[in-house]
Write a protein that binds this ligand. Structure first.
Ligand SMILES: Cc1cc2nc3c(=O)[nH]c(=O)nc-3n(C[C@H](O)[C@H](O)[C@H](O)COP(=O)(O)OP(=O)(O)OC[C@H]3O[C@@H](n4cnc5c(N)ncnc54)[C@H](O)[C@@H]3O)c2cc1C
Length: 502
């Protein structure tokens, strides 16, 4: 009998988790309170890690029209002073993962594409219009009490449950798990407006009198956001004309174009006190809420999905030991806490307390932007954003805990492929500079079900990306979420058969 997982919440994190679990061969039931999608105003920016996770769901082509990155070198984001002068500009860059570093997205369309993919998948059952009301668990599994509207209660049982039921998670409440943190004091007005002429770059006006954000997203939408002063939230909620007048302060065209969706929101910075209770895991906004200033709330939830789904599959199918499940929180929590701190810092940059603070901070950022290290940090790329796991389901070696780059490679059949498309669904050993012999596999044991990829036998890497990253004769053991578990450099100390926690 194949293991069954209940995923609660068909937001983007729940759907991604369900798709990844199903690709590992598990049967998934996804429970969603809403009868029909209602996305409202949500994420507009994502990074290359997120796109790579959806590639692992088999959705690279289907999602291609829902994100836009612009050409390398293009100006993607302008931070403006109160006088309208740019003090920081972020340019597009092709990341090491095979996608642009930062892209504009239409979260509603993406969620619809994920939903359609889940409905097509024979291993996923979707129960919509059905909410969780109760929860219990024992040594063998989890039981949830579900109810559609005023209908009778029914009980569903599964081996594991992943709660992706958003910031107000019912499951988190039923488990009695706190979510300490803070609600930011100033509300923001956030609107999607129909736009005829998209612009490539986002504009962030860091003006203490009216901090604002404006950017185009795919499918003809302009996102306009502005911070509200005290007393304005009530007025804007009651009077659509007052809302439109404020939006037109940021973007004059807002006065005449249709407002598609809008909301007054209080942003939150919170992390759940624990992410696992027995057989139930929290993921996405149910586990952490991140102010949107770094564009990392959804991205973080997708990292959760990738990190957790292979561990549940591995334990359920017997190719990982049960303690590996605890490494989900060990790995994800510190990184998420760091990203929330980054988002709060960016929030202070975007909304300075006063004019003197704005002048001082923006001057310092302009000067720091001239230094390569500070520029990388300000541009929120690579290590500034990506996790690098030091603890958890990680073995030894210089690159252990970091991501595998994704170059385009020539596969054994002569076709040009993205490297991830050659990796297996369990662990993959990639041997660089090995030629046709497998001597470079060193002391690393290959477990049944692992995939082995030997350079110059199974693929060639014309750009030499992997040898540059790991060494000329080297081996990496890669987890299904593309994190390097063990890195073995044959010219250095021997690393024998180390698969911690396995
Ligand atoms: C204005 C704004 C801008 C943002 N910008 C960005 C950005 O640029 N980049 C970024 O990465 N992130 C951004 N975010 C954050 C991002 O939108 C969220 O992190 C993301 O949508 C969370 O997805 P989720 O699937 O975890 O939760 P949700 O999308 O909230 O989905 C939860 C689902 O669970 C369902 N549900 C709830 N309770 C139950 C129940 N009891 N039973 C069954 N189903 C239930 C809900 O109906 C819902 O469908 C932004 C957020 C906001 C508000």
């Amino acid at each position: 009998m194949r293991s069954r997982v209940l995923v609660i919440g068909a937001g983007p994190v729940g759907l991604t988790t369900a798709l990844l679990l199903a690709r590992h061969g598990l049967r998934v039931t996804i429970v969603e309170r809403r009868a029909a999608p209602d996305r409202g105003v949500r994420a507009v920016a994502l990074d290359d890690e997120s796109l790579r996770i959806w590639q692992a769901c088999g959705l690279e082509q289907r999602l291609r029209t829902d994100w836009d990155g612009g050409p390398p070198g293009a100006l993607m984001c302008r931070y403006l002073s109160p006088a309208g002068r740019m003090f920081l500009g972020l340019r597009q860059d092709e990341g090491a993962f095979g996608y642009p570093h930062a892209v504009a997205v239409h979260e509603g369309r993406i969620a619809a594409t994920l939903d359609a993919a889940a409905r097509r998948c024979p291993d996923i059952v979707s129960m919509t219009g059905c909410a969780v009301h109760g929860l219990s668990q024992d040594a063998e599994g989890v039981s949830v009490e579900l109810r559609a509207g005023d209908g009778p209660r029914r009980v569903e049982r599964a081996d594991w449950m992943v709660a992706c039921d958003g910031g107000d998670s019912t499951v988190r409440r039923l488990l009695g798990v706190d979510m300490p943190g803070m609600t930011l004091p100033a509300p923001w007005l956030v609107a999607n407006i129909a736009e005829p002429e998209p612009v490539l770059h986002a504009t962030i006006r860091c003006d203490p009198r009216r901090p604002s954000v404006m950017m185009s997203v795919p499918h003809g939408v302009r996102r306009v956001e502005c911070m509200l002063a005290s007393g304005e939230a009530e007025r804007v909620r009651r009077d659509p004309d007052a809302a439109r007048a404020l939006l037109a302060e940021v973007w004059p065209e807002a006065a005449r174009l249709p407002v598609l969706e809008s909301a007054v929101l209080h942003f939150e910075a919170r992390i759940a006190a624990r992410w696992r209770t027995g057989r139930v895991f929290l993921a996405g906004d149910a586990a952490h809420r991140t102010p949107p200033f770094a564009g990392q709330g959804l991205a973080a939830g997708l990292r959760d999905a990738a990190n957790l789904s292979f561990k549940i599959a591995g334990v359920a199918q017997g190719w990982l030991d049960a303690p590996v499940l605890d490494s989900y929180e060990t790995e994800r929590r510190p990184h998420q806490a760091r990203l929330i701190r980054l988002a709060l810092r960016l929030g202070r940059l975007m909304a300075p307390r006063s004019m003197p603070v704005a002048i001082a901070v923006q001057g310092a950022v302009r000067m720091a932007g001239a230094l390569p290290f500070a520029r990388r940090l300000l541009h929120m790329r690579g290590r500034a954003i990506q996790p690098r796991y030091a603890d958890g389901f990680i073995g030894a070696g210089r690159a252990a805990g970091s991501y595998l780059p994704q170059p385009s490679v020539i596969a054994g059949d002569g076709t040009l492929r993205r490297l991830d498309d050659l990796l297996g669904s369990r662990m993959t050993l990639v041997a660089m500079g090995a030629g046709r012999d497998s001597g470079a596999l060193g002391g690393l044991a290959v477990a049944p079900g692992d995939t082995v990829l030997v350079e110059n036998r199974d693929f060639t890497d014309p750009g030499g990306v992997l040898q540059r990253a790991f060494g000329r004769r080297s081996v990496v053991l890669v987890r299904p979420d593309r994190v390097v578990h063990t890195h073995f450099e044959s010219s250095r100390a021997r690393v024998r058969g180390s698969r911690s926690l396995r």
